[in-house]
Design a protein around this ligand. Structure first.
Ligand code: XMP
Length: 327
């Protein structure tokens, strides 16, 4: 098996042909590593886990068991897309776990960001472990580890953990077919595997998802407003050539209302904060210069289409002194 060091002779995967050669080589390696055993994979629908899933489906078909946990904090359309792409199009063995109520019940009334993160991380592990226990004959755990994860954990920059955080005490052998690839290479491979562009070129999305964008204690109605406003922002960025150009863009909603007026009547609604930033490594970030007319259009749409929202703000703050997320 490949070690954890990328050989100097390894060519950078930049073309469909190089991606196909990598795919063929991996399929052969995966088949010889796994034989007739089963592999379990937490499939979030992010780039890395999706590429690992697609590779494993090609290599071992139904011996791969994918588990997609919907914790209620995903963006609009994401769980549906995972089911459509992997179950309907690729015929994968996919277990879809609707854990929305379970997560939101655990998070009810919790306002402190790090507590929210801990609850989401722990609950994810619990749900995944429960699903794993129901299955028999699993010997391998698939993981979307990529080379920067390995470099960063060696440098001590951050402890390596996969998004979502997987159970460490599950005694499985790891299957990590993209662990020597950089992100841009994973995307080229994903495209060659036939994954849709909006999955392969997707912007980074934090493990705790919309949970850290529904600021303070999460409520279902405000969470829906975050999801809907985020979907409008993404749609408008895609329609105006900003998708793939801006590194990360999203909405956040604080846990207070402001006063507004509609049809001559006083209203109280939430303010929606828009954030659009560029960065290389997420350590520092600058604000995208979004055209004012587009901001006005997005404001008009969000206030018209998202219930209980009466104000839209654009966050002009770079990192530092702000962080990228609000929590
Ligand atoms: P900050 O807010 O620290 O964000 O400037 C830097 C990058 O990290 C992402 N982020 C997270 N990703 N779990 C994750 O997997 C988290 O808890 C988390 N918090 C922030 C953030 O979206 C940005 O890309």
């Amino acid at each position: 098996m490949q070690g954890n060091v990328r050989p100097e002779t390894m060519e950078r995967i930049t073309t469909p042909e190089l991606a196909q050669a990598f795919i063929d080589e991996q399929i052969a390696e995966l088949r010889s590593q796994i034989g007739d055993k089963k592999v379990l994979l937490a499939l979030s629908g992010g780039v890395d886990s999706s590429v690992v899933a697609a590779l494993l489906i090609k290599a071992i078909g139904k011996q791969l068991v994918c588990v997609h946990v919907n914790h209620g904090l995903l963006r609009k359309g994401e769980p549906e897309q995972v089911i459509e792409v992997f179950r309907n199009q690729m015929d994968a063995n996919l277990i879809y776990v609707d854990a929305v109520d379970r997560f939101l019940d655990k998070l009810a009334g919790v306002a402190e960001p790090e507590k929210k993160r801990k609850i989401i991380g722990k609950e994810f592990i619990d749900v995944f472990a429960e699903e794993a226990e129901k299955l028999e004959g699993i010997e391998f755990l698939g993981q979307g580890t990529i080379y920067p994860d390995i470099l960063e954990s060696q440098d001590g920059v951050k402890a390596h953990h996969n998004v979502g955080g997987l159970p460490e005490d599950l005694q499985f052998e790891l299957v990590e077919p993209v662990k020597l690839l950089f992100k841009d290479e994973v995307r080229v491979v994903g495209k060659a595997l036939g994954l849709p562009d909006n999955m392969v070129f997707r912007q980074p999305f934090p493990g705790p998802g919309l949970g850290v964008r529904c600021l303070g204690a999460i409520t279902r109605d405000r969470l829906e407003a975050v999801r809907e406003s985020d979907a409008i922002l993404r749609e408008e960025f895609a329609n105006n050539g900003l998708e793939g150009k801006v590194w990360q863009y999203f909405t956040a909603i604080p846990d207070f209302k402001s006063v507004g007026v509609t049809d001559g009547k006083r209203t109280e609604g939430w303010p929606v904060i828009l954030r659009a930033i560029n960065t290389k490594d997420a350590m520092t970030a600058t604000v995208e210069d979004v055209p004012f007319a587009l901001l006005q259009h997005i404001t008009q749409r969000i206030t018209a289409e998202v219930p209980n929202v009466n104000r839209v703000l654009f966050d002009l703050t770079p990192k530092p002194c702000a962080t990228i997320e609000w929590e």
